[in-house]
Design a protein around this ligand. Structure first.
Ligand code: SF4
Length: 61
């Protein structure tokens, strides 16, 4: 399972709250742009999926 952020579901108009929620710092964001998940860091805990307010974390495959 590889996770990514859906540009369709993410409004990209605010600082992503998941950056602080991810336990391993795998989520980064440039300004208010689309957040990026670093696959090398992600431990697939699923926390971001549960906390994203718009359900924008989706399976890449
Ligand atoms: S699944 Fe867990 S480790 Fe991976 S990006 Fe989401 S919160 Fe971070």
């Amino acid at each position: 399972m590889a996770l990514t952020v859906s540009s369709y579901l993410c409004p990209q108009n605010h600082r992503c709250p998941l950056i602080r929620i991810c336990p391993v710092g795998a989520i980064s964001q440039n300004g208010y742009g689309l957040p990026v998940i670093d696959e090398a860091k992600c431990i697939e805990c699923g926390k971001c999926i549960r906390y994203c307010p718009t359900g924008a974390i989706v399976n890449k495959n």
